[in-house]
Design a protein around this ligand. Sequence first.
Ligand SMILES: Nc1ncnc2c1ncn2[C@@H]1O[C@H](COP(=O)(O)OP(=O)(O)OP(=O)(O)O)[C@@H](O)[C@H]1O
Length: 425
Amino acid sequence: MDCPVTQALAEWPADTLAVGFSGGLDSSVLLHALARQRRGGLLALHVDHGLQTASRDWARHCLDTARHWGVDCRNLHAEIASGDPRGLEAAAREARYQALAAALPPGAWLALAHHRDDQAETVLLRLLRRAGARGLGGMRETSDSASGLRLWRPFLGLPRAALVDYAQRHGLAFIEDPMNADGRFDRVYLRHQVLPALARRWPQAAEALASSAALLAAEDERRQAAVQDALARCRGLDPACLLLGPLMDESEPLRRPLIEAWCQQQGAPALPGALVERLARGLPRREPRGFASLVWQGWRIERYRGALHIEAERPTGFVARPWDGRASLQLGHGRLALIGAEALPWPVSVAPRRGGEQMRLPGRAHRHALKDCLQSLGLPPWERRGLPLLLGADAELDAAGDLLYSARFEDWLNERGARLRWIPG
Ligand SMILES: Nc1ncnc2c1ncn2[C@@H]1O[C@H](COP(=O)(O)OP(=O)(O)OP(=O)(O)O)[C@@H](O)[C@H]1O
């Protein structure tokens, strides 16, 4: 009969697998067992953090061991910034994943030797850090890392004892990292103090924690699928827009994760809970005529005509400057050009909106507020923002971008078949 370690490797998820090979017991078992099976390309990657004086010897050990088993091994280096606020363990993991992502052949998956007892530690740690359902689902057997790695953890269902047994039966030599015994690290404290104490009272403690995590992970997967379906129902033609009508038709508990997923897909940083709450209520307006908006960490969401719109805030302010129309005018957030005529008929100043501007439109006897004119064009606020104005020497407003012209300016343009063009971005 196959041993549990071999059974756990029954399915290779990709043609080429790279094993994260620290040289410790767990990853030594993983590499050895995969090397014996050889269902596809296999490679070992060892990351040297340079944190220990012996780390060079470990790197050598990994190269020699992998070669002995007939596997190519590469040593990588990953520096850790001293005083990283996330703590040494998290910083080392992040640096390691980045180095591994850079070294992984295209299409290859990274196999890691995390096992069930690691999972139990992860769940306890996350509980103590106030994680929600997603985090308490623990590590997944397959997942994508933030650095773009496709991860495979085939041993997640196996107790550490199964790996120890395998290592003994095959006489594997492995490295014992002294950091794994340093009780100052939370994970080590849980491994050596807390989990053994729990297991004395509840022998199945680690298995129970890992099973609960699996239930939560399955629940989370169902919820994520429901959120993605709901998001598809609420999305406007422009993916930066979320339609309020369909959003309000969704159940309230679904609206919050839906909004979070939408922000994440647009590349925005996580929204604070209170703002998610406001959005889930439809981002109520403050003033009857104004549009509502909220801003966080350089991003802005605003409500306009039945939709929410999200974008990274761009600097749209600029200093007023003269322009004769001969060459296109480059502003920080766009370009203004005169097409079909050599130069403007009179000197103008190109200026940002200040508010309160009025315009004498073609065919109208009186001036009208620019704000109203733009609103009646149905231009959303994010497109109105940063629109450059052309002001004549007599302070008459001649153009608002390429959308609205004064009567006298439009006559001049029409006589020549000319026009203005405003290209934001
Ligand atoms: N320096 C490293 N280089 C390459 N892969 C690593 C390294 N450190 C850890 N890994 C991979 O990440 C997995 C989980 O990391 P963890 O910190 O729990 O490792 P570990 O306690 O050193 O485990 P192991 O006994 O497998 O070496 C390991 O099983 C291994 O596959």
